[in-house]
Unconditional design. Structure first.
Length: 247
């Protein structure tokens, strides 16, 4: 019991931690009220939601020692928005853009970030241009949606957003934190047009998926090697810090 309860208390405090613990035993899905976050956290009765909840809040996978205080953040592959909630609470003065291709997940982002005006959700996929994408397998695991580029008039297509275009849209000259968990699309993102945004990005938090798209890690490291980034790992995430912008 303690192995499950202690992380909940650490993440949400004693009262809410106990309440979360009891609710997870009785009914794992639904609304969780967090006084610490001053918001409601919604979890569907899906393994992926519970797994993401565990990663973000119980395993503290985004609890980095940031070498600066971020004010501009892009959450690519935001899933149901829990990482955005974590960052919005930790950095209340940061503007966060959360991008997610799944319509169902996107609706969950809107619910989970309702109390955080510093989070803006966009439905679409992170790519190397602003064309159109389609989800490859809509019946896939609910946190593993892969996308591919398609023609503009393809039915059920969704917009692609380049990192550079989001920065332009937001009026950001630099991007403090780029978090990417985009199920293999990191291959396309890092193999083209990186000069438009990568040297102006202070910190990258990337989960690579060579198992989903061969060559993803190769494209990532080839792009990073052109600039002065340090590298470390934190749980499943590869962390890069731009030495030219942070020191």
């Amino acid at each position: 019991m303690s192995k499950r309860l202690i992380p909940l208390i650490r993440a949400f405090g004693l009262v809410d931690g106990l309440r979360f613990f009891l609710k997870r035993i009785i009914k794992k899905a639904g609304r969780y009220r967090s006084n610490r976050y001053q918001s409601d956290i919604y979890i569907r009765d899906k393994f992926a939601d519970k797994y993401t909840f565990k990663q973000v809040f119980l395993e503290d996978q985004y609890n980095f020692n940031f070498p600066f205080t971020p004010t501009t953040m892009l959450d690519g592959g935001a899933n149901i928005g829990l990482a955005s909630v974590y960052f919005a609470h930790r950095f209340p003065n940061a503007k966060i853009v959360a991008v997610e291709p799944s319509e169902e997940n996107y609706r969950m982002i809107l619910k989970n970030t309702e109390k955080f005006p510093n989070v803006m959700a966009k439905r679409g996929g992170i790519w190397n241009n602003n064309k159109q994408l389609a989800i490859v397998d809509k019946s896939a695991y609910d946190n593993s949606f892969m996308v591919t580029e398609v023609e503009e008039n393809t039915p059920d297509s969704l917009p692609a957003f380049s990192i550079h275009s989001i920065m332009q849209e937001q009026g950001w000259t630099t991007l403090d934190v780029l978090k990417l968990d985009i199920e293999g699309s990191e291959k396309e993102v890092f193999e083209k047009n990186v000069e438009e945004w990568l040297p102006r990005t202070k910190m990258l938090i990337v989960e690579v998926h060579d198992n989903m798209r061969k060559g993803a890690s190769k494209a990532l490291f080839a792009a990073i090697s052109k600039y002065d980034f340090t590298f470390s790992m934190h749980h499943e995430n590869l962390v890069f810090i731009n030495q030219n912008l942070t020191f």
